[in-house]
Design a protein around this ligand. Structure first.
Ligand SMILES: Nc1nc2c(ncn2[C@@H]2O[C@H](COP(=O)(O)OP(=O)(O)OP(=O)(O)O)[C@@H](O)[C@H]2O)c(=O)[nH]1
Length: 427
């Protein structure tokens, strides 16, 4: 369901622009050109459907921000807007518990508004940890961040902060004070950096120490950024947004680099990373299967490359559905791989035979044709020192499956002539 935004704006020109900005954030606009009209449309709606309100400060029937007060009293997070920048109005607005204040000065402000709207939705999944010894400072930061929908956690000491970061994977931003006991803030940054890179956890130093070297100590100690007291609410929020967006951008790049574009499955490289992490936990009792579609070239040659792509996508989604707990990947071309931790050969063979049969019995509808396909599977539980040795053995089984008619699973349980090659690998 699309979330809604209550937009209260009397200028038709600005209303048009704002509707476009809100639409771009994939949100639905409920608009009103006065406070009176806003009260009517809001009374006709379900309050829970609203993500927030975007409200002009000055309206003909609400000249001093009364529409902002109305939206706040309806428990809506409010982004306040004004026709230009006015310091008195800004101060007046920021005395209220608004999400942010955006003067409609230029196109960049609309861009900023668009980012804010995106963030209100995304922030729900992001944890921010505030580590500061003073309750009043924590409370004021918490009040700002809460309006932005972040999940907020607090700690008063470096040791508590460290264990919270370890136990709460959703924490992507740590705000750490320089007022913790005896430089504990900088020590905390250094200690966390042994485990979490700047791309995994953003750390912002909150600096009250007036000495010039204080910010540099935090940055050299591994912090991503710093803020010096006293800081304006807008500056604080901009820095929080920048640092959270940095972590997200890196995450997106990592995901793209690790994912096969066609099927959405992990690619070969990512598969190795995941399997090696698993092997550190336990080096025995795993199964590995190599899956290769049969005569796939014929599908491409007779129905075209797009038809072949549809088959690959269908295999990818059936793999995800059938092996949700296992490490799966598209290795390239028409070859897939499944790594099943802590699984017996019998269980793995049964699961792969079912998967193979399901694919065989589920034709793909393509351009009016019902397209059927089969696959061969090589499965092993022989583990020597590394994953590469398992892959070699699975490949020998797969070769045997292809040589003896395809559309079958060949595993360590099958005695075939190529088994000698496997024994020569193990000696
Ligand atoms: N549609 C499509 N085809 C691909 C893709 N990647 C590789 N292929 C094709 O996959 C086919 C693989 O053919 P072969 O290696 O001869 O294997 P096969 O036809 O499946 O025969 P067997 O494995 O011996 O059963 C080639 O035609 C490749 O062009 C892809 O991303 N999309």
């Amino acid at each position: 369901m699309k979330h809604k935004v209550l937009l209260i704006e009397d200028s038709h020109h600005d209303m048009r622009l704002l509707k476009r900005v809100i639409g771009k954030a994939n949100l639905e606009v409920v608009s009103a050109d006065s406070l009176t009209r806003a009260k009517i449309v809001f009374a006709d709606s379900e309050p829970e459907q609203f993500l927030c309100a975007v409200v002009e400060y000055t309206l003909p029937d609400a000249p001093r921000g009364e529409a902002i007060d109305f939206a706040l009293s309806a428990y809506l997070p409010v982004i306040a807007i004004t026709s230009g920048f006015d310091e008195d109005i800004r101060d007046n607005i920021l005395q209220r518990d608004v999400v942010d204040y955006v003067p409609k000065e230029n196109a960049q402000m609309y861009e900023y508004m668009s980012r804010l709207l995106f963030r209100l939705e995304k922030n729900k999944n992001i944890g921010v940890l505030i580590t500061h010894p003073k309750r009043a400072v924590r409370a004021s930061i918490l009040s700002i961040l809460r309006r932005h929908n972040f999940q907020i956690f607090e700690s008063t000491s470096a040791s508590d902060a460290e264990s919270l970061v370890q136990t709460l994977p959703q924490v992507k931003l740590l705000l750490v004070s320089d007022q913790l006991k005896e430089g504990a803030g900088i020590d905390l940054v250094a200690s966390l950096r042994k485990v979490y890179s700047k791309e995994e956890l953003a750390i912002v130093g909150l600096i009250e120490n007036p000495q010039e070297h204080a910010p540099a100590r935090f940055i050299k100690g591994g912090a991503n950024d710093y803020l010096t007291f006293p800081y304006a609410q807008e500056a604080f929020l901009c820095r929080v947004m920048l640092n959270v967006e940095y972590i997200e951008h890196i995450d997106t790049i990592k995901q793209v680099a690790n994912t096969d574009y066609l099927t959405g499955l992990p690619n070969r490289r990512h598969f190795f990373d995941k399997v090696n992490a698993e092997l550190k936990r336990d080096t025995k009792h795993h199964c590995l299967a190599l899956i290769d579609l049969d005569h796939f070239k014929d599908i491409n040659d007779t129905l075209g490359h797009d038809a072949g792509d549809e088959v690959l996508k269908a295999v990818g989604s059936t793999l995800k559905q059938r092996f949700p707990q296992d490490i799966i990947a598209r290795f390239g071309g028409e070859e897939f791989c499944v790594f099943m931790a802590d699984t017996s050969l019998e269980d793995a063979e049964a699961a792969l035979s079912d998967f193979k049969q399901q694919c065989k019995e589920t034709p793909i509808q393509y351009a009016g044709t019902s397209l059927r396909y089969t696959m061969s599977v090589g499965l092993t539980r022989h583990f020597r020192d590394n994953i590469e040795s398992m892959l070699k053995i699975a490949d020998i089984h797969l070769y045997h499956a292809k040589e003896t008619g395809r559309d079958k699973v060949v595993s360590d349980l099958d005695h075939h002539p190529d088994i000698d090659a496997i024994h020569s690998l193990s000696t």
